[in-house]
Design a protein around this ligand. Structure first.
Ligand code: GLN
Length: 248
């Protein structure tokens, strides 16, 4: 069920997050350690979004295994950024395997990723989708559960709701209509990162100048901390706050 990460801090080359660590996202694409029964490998696509010189984010996404694309390896060796969101995808059965289904989803400064599945898709979430503007449904990135979750979060952001609340409300409202869903969401604007832990693993590593959130620790160095189930993390490079998700 996908592996994702978000980094904020001093600029790093993308390869330092995607390829170099012993248990990097590349390795997690074919040998993840902690999928909790949700799939085996993450070979249905990948994506990375980064903020060049603090500007609007740029994305590179492909519907193929990250190990099979020589371009991302070249790009990652020469591209550095101080804010990055990346993911490798294991498509839920029946969902399209296309570039547009690979995280990160984006609008303006925002980048978004979902690790998990919406149970009973699509019927279970019809009532939530029905509350979105018709235009949002007509322009959904792709017909997947993750794209709908992004539309639900984005609608709240557009309405002026803060990122922490936008993620928390989306998780709790979807969990209510689609019990048993796995809803690990990740959202950043390049300055703040928000992550929910609802059904899948998430680890956190901070240094005095950086924060890294990842489905799995990418090395065995000290400093990783597993975020417990049912928590919401809201972090900047200087501060990490953790709350209980309502209803968990
Ligand atoms: N269900 C989503 C998809 O198919 C998310 C995938 C994941 O976590 N594997 O795209």
């Amino acid at each position: 069920m996908c592996r994702h990460l978000a980094y904020l801090g001093p600029p790093v080359f993308l390869r330092e997050l995607l390829f170099d660590p012993p248990h990097s996202l590349l390795r997690q694409s074919w040998a993840p350690r902690d999928m909790r029964g949700g799939g085996t490998i993450n070979a249905d696509g990948f994506g990375v979004g980064w903020y060049p010189d603090g500007g609007l984010p740029v994305r590179y996404r492909r519907a193929q295994p990250i190990w099979s694309d020589p371009t991302i390896a070249e790009l990652a060796a020469v591209t550095s950024a101080g804010a990055v969101l990346a993911a490798v995808r294991s498509a839920t059965v029946g969902m399209a395997v296309v570039d547009a289904a690979a995280a990160p989803f984006a609008e303006g400064r925002w980048l978004f990723s979902h690790n998990g599945v919406v149970r009973g898709w699509p019927d279970s979430v019809v009532p939530l989708a029905a509350a979105l503007p018709v235009r949002d449904l007509l322009t959904l990135d792709v017909s997947t559960d993750s794209a709908l979750l992004w539309a639900l979060v984005r609608a709240r952001l557009r309405a002026g709701v803060g990122p922490g609340r936008a993620v928390a409300e989306t998780v709790t409202s979807v969990a209510e209509v689609a019990p048993g869903s796995r809803l690990n969401l990740l959202l950043t604007d390049g300055h703040t990162v928000v992550a929910s832990v609802a059904g899948h693993a998430l680890s956190l590593r901070t240094t005095p100048l950086s924060v890294l959130l990842a489905s799995e620790p990418h090395d065995d160095e000290p400093g990783w901390r597993e975020v417990p189930e049912g928590q919401l993390v809201e972090a900047t490079v200087t501060e990490v706050r953790q709350y209980a998700l309502a209803g968990s």
